[in-house]
Design a protein around this ligand. Structure first.
Ligand SMILES: *Cc1c(COP(=O)(O)O)cnc(C)c1O
Length: 854
């Protein structure tokens, strides 16, 4: 066998005039990225496609003669010069730390995610979670937030989908060569690769990971890769696939992401103080932060935990328990025994961090529970999902009413300029100026949509639709060639898809709750809708099923079976390999974007947001973002938003609603044409939809909300607790442990009110109470009246609260309190008393998990 070769690198030599291409190739994003991509594409359109839009690789593969020729083309070098100037201006623009006045210049927000969807050139994403993370970074760059991303660099990323003639999905993994990606290896001063290590047991070993840096506009994304020399062969494979492997592989990946990621930041000298967990995969970072804070500042466990928790933010995306990673206790023992001992935790205390019921020894270790217990700030990703998450996690805060569970909601968005098609973007530039690019979260930026001439908007939309149809035919042709089809079969594709027909897009992961086959419940009825020769309709499906999701794969087979039936031929098609490229063409070209998830299982969904930005109209069940976005004059709701016990019945009701909408509303509106052939009412609705949703469902708005609600207050609190010699921190930790110790003695000893018969609306009820606080002081607690209408079961449904005033100290730890309940509504009402711990430096009163009702 040949020994491994000695490796050396050859950098392409660029003519002087093309030098800026080097830096532009290394940048995965900046606001004028489409113009940059066009510059690379024009160097060699075929090679651009072949390299999967990888500009770094393209530059290496281009023959020198081609580069010399381009360098002599003044038109090209002029374009390059202009883009280069704009890029430098973007990088040099002042960073807007005004958003975070409490953050010192060396403080940083670290955003952790298992996947990032930034560009097809860096395939380390599977779907929605990754695109959300990518768009978060892009908007953070535009807004000038001091943020870094942290993730894993996978050798094979996620699979590419191939379908055989029967619609059977095959997963194809292709290997990333990191040296051909727009990545920079982080090195030490002596030039050797920077490495971080984590410990694995059995056999006792150090697992190393290298750190790669990707440039995302003004920000850096750091990616860990365990495929380094010196690691055991098995450990080199930890980062081989995104979400790949068995449970043990998962825990290894998550240890590397959470613990290795925190170590990487330290090794890079980045003083991150705010940590944002995009889903629970990275939750081990909470433990490593505690360990680091202990070591760095000589803190005890309680103080370090307090400091880490007050500056961790957890965003949950999962409305069902089955979607969360859980690890059996034996795996936790295997990987964490030494670790929790070094933190100063007992096995019971450690496992309790990941258990809903800390005392249930059988319960596995749940990453979302760990994230919730170690993050004082938490949110769901739409208003409806916030409600779902509060119900789902009520068990973590026993005794706290569901509405007060400390999980908020920040609705997802998409990065505007990354998803709007080139032609539509040019139209917006003409009529809206640059405001929609620079300040998309302001309604004023989109007001100009009203003034776009209807005919022009329609024309541009139709051009984008034609581009989609051409793309779809190319993809279908490639698929047929792969299947060994002859020229006649391929030529027949010319007749597939009608350039003027109402075009519906349905593209998403094929999971049962998304109900991809809902529209096919009644094939005859669907055939009538699609086949109407005066008002034709066509549907483009796309989507991958998780490799182990047999139900999802079966759904793909079912839909592709319909595409082969005579009644649907050319009108119903399935594009393989739903990914960034397919998604972009679809959201930019369809007339109608369709979603029909089973409420409340879709936490947010973002594909519809991408489509409406491009002028598509949206029809969906009232789930995720659509539950808060929909209004009758901007889109369509399928069904009433009810939640059903009987899912078969739900499918019947909502399937029927979908057919009715298509037949009675959507198709007629689309084909209601004026004398010039313009669907005037449809175009008016497009305008209303763009104006309503454009300013709201974008990541500029979303990141600003994260900043205001979480990053800023967390940064301030962190700073306050750290000030001086961490006096406030130690005081807070000492207070919490004192309150824990004395809480069992606290009692509500007597309650009386001044009621005589019924009260009247506008009146009030005065309540007095005697509370025994024992060794606690009145300033350690809040005593509240919790009141509101009661249901048939005698429980307060949605309560309000009034703080009671302590007005007498009776000695020996007894205090008298009084408070007043205003009677604002008639009916059967009730009240309770409750005592909660109070401290100026806690994020919320439920942080200790203590609440006493009386
Ligand atoms: C936007 C996007 C998603 C997320 O879509 P959902 O609306 O959550 O289904 C998934 N995959 C791709 C390729 C996307 O572009």
């Amino acid at each position: 066998m040949m020994p491994s070769p000695h490796i050396f690198f050859v950098q392409p030599v660029l003519p002087e005039k093309l030098k800026p291409l080097r830096d532009l190739a290394a940048s995965l994003y900046w606001p004028r990225y489409p113009e940059t991509a066009a510059l690379f594409r024009d160097l060699d359109p075929d090679l651009w496609e072949e390299t999967g839009h990888n500009s770094e690789l393209l530059l290496r593969l281009l023959p020198a003669a081609r580069l010399t020729a381009v360098a002599g083309d003044p038109q090209y070098t002029g374009r390059l010069e202009q883009v280069w100037q704009q890029y430098r201006t973007y990088l040099g623009a002042p960073v807007n730390r005004g958003n975070l006045p409490g953050l010192e210049s060396n403080q940083v927000i670290a955003y952790f995610s298992a996947e990032f969807g930034l560009s097809e050139a860096l395939p380390i994403y599977a779907g929605g979670l990754g695109f959300l993370a990518g768009d978060h970074l892009k908007s953070a760059s535009d807004l000038g937030l001091p943020l870094v991303g942290v993730g894993l660099l996978y050798r094979e990323g996620y699979f590419r989908q191939r379908l055989d003639r029967r619609g059977q999905q095959r997963e194809v993994y292709s290997r990333n060569d990191f040296y051909q990606l727009p990545l920079e290896l982080e090195r030490r001063a002596d030039g050797s690769p920077l490495e971080v290590q984590v410990n694995f047991p059995d056999p006792d070993r150090q697992v190393r990971a290298r750190v790669w840096r990707a440039r995302v506009g003004r920000l850096n994304l750091y990616l860990l890769d365990s495929d380094c020399p010196g690691n055991l062969e098995a450990d080199r494979l930890i980062t081989d696939r995104l979400y790949g492997g068995d449970l043990e592989k998962r825990i290894q990946q998550e240890i590397l992401l959470g613990i290795g990621g925190v170590r990487a930041l330290a090794a890079l000298g980045i003083n991150a103080t705010i940590f944002h967990l995009n889903e629970g995969h990275s939750a081990f970072l909470g433990l490593e932060r505690i360990r680091q804070l202990q070591a760095r500042y000589g803190l005890d466990l309680a103080s370090a935990r307090e400091l880490a928790t007050c500056s961790n933010i957890f965003t949950t995306h999962t409305p069902v328990p089955a979607g969360i990673d859980v690890f059996p206790p034996y795996l936790m023992d295997k990987y964490f025994t030494e670790y929790y001992q070094s933190l100063g935790l007992s096995r019971h205390e450690f496992l309790a961090l990941g258990r809903q019921d800390p005392n249930n020894q059988q319960e596995p270790f749940n990453m979302a529970v760990l994230a919730l217990r170690l993050s004082a700030w938490a949110n769901g990703v739409s208003q409806l999902h916030g409600q779902t998450a509060r119900r789902m996690w009520q068990v973590i805060w026993p005794g706290v009413p569901v509405a007060e569970i400390p999980i908020g909601a920040i609705t997802n968005g998409v990065h505007t300029t990354s998803w709007v098609g080139e032609k539509m973007a040019a139209l917006y530039d003409r009529y809206l100026g640059t405001a929609w690019r620079e300040d998309p979260a302001s309604p004023a930026s989109w007001a100009g949509v009203a003034g776009i001439p209807a005919r022009e908007l329609w024309q541009v939309h139709e051009e984008q639709r034609r581009e989609l149809l051409a793309f779809a035919r190319r993809r279908l042709a490639a698929q047929l060639r792969e299947w060994g089809a002859g020229p006649r079969e391929i030529a027949a594709l010319e007749g597939v898809l009608d350039p003027g027909a109402l075009t519906i897009g349905f593209a998403r992961r094929f999971a049962a709750y998304k109900r991809p086959a809902l529209l096919l419940r009644n094939p005859e009825r669907l055939a009538r809708i699609l086949g109407d020769s005066r008002r034709p309709v066509q549907i483009i499906y796309a989507g991958k099923a998780h490799p182990r999701d047999e139900e999802g794969k079966e759904l793909i087979r079912q839909i592709t079976a319909f595409t082969r039936e005579e009644a649907f031929r050319g009108r119903l098609i399935f594009l393989e390999d739903y990914g960034l490229q397919v998604a972009r063409h679809l959201v930019q070209g369809v007339d109608l974007w369709l979603g029909n998830p089973r409420r409340p299982l879709e936490a947010s969904s973002t594909s519809g947001m991408k489509a409406v930005l491009n002028g598509a109209l949206h029809a969906s069940t009232l789930d995720g973002w659509w539950a808060e976005a929909w209004t009758p004059d901007t889109g369509w709701a399928i069904g009433s938003g009810a939640v059903y016990e009987d899912t078969g019945y739900q499918d019947a009701v909502e399937g029927e609603a979908l057919y009715n909408l298509l037949e009675k509303e959507i198709v007629p509106l689309f084909y209601e044409r004026d004398a010039g052939g313009l669907p005037a009412a449809w175009v008016e609705m497009m305008k209303r939809s763009i104006r309503a949703y454009g300013p709201v469902f974008n990541t500029h708005r979303m990141v600003a909300e994260y900043s205001r609600q979480f990053y800023e207050p967390a940064a301030h609190l962190y700073q306050r607790l750290q000030a001086g010699n961490q006096e406030r921190l130690k005081e807070l930790a000492g207070w919490r442990s004192r309150v824990r110790d004395w809480w069992p003695a606290v009692r509500i000893e007597g309650v009386e009110d001044d009621r005589e018969g019924d009260l009247i609306v506008g009146g009030s009820l005065k309540v007095r109470a005697r509370v025994f606080l024992g060794s606690l002081q009145p300033e350690d607690v809040t005593v509240e009246l919790y009141y509101g209408p009661v249901d048939a079961g005698g429980e307060i449904v949605t309560g309000e609260k009034e703080t009671m005033i302590q007005y007498q100290d009776q000695g020996e730890g007894r205090y008298l309190y009084s408070g007043v309940i205003p009677c604002r509504r008639g009916g059967r009402q009730g009240y309770n008393l409750r005592v909660l711990p109070r401290h100026a430096d806690q994020v919320h009163p439920y942080q200790s998990g203590l609440i006493l009702w009386g």
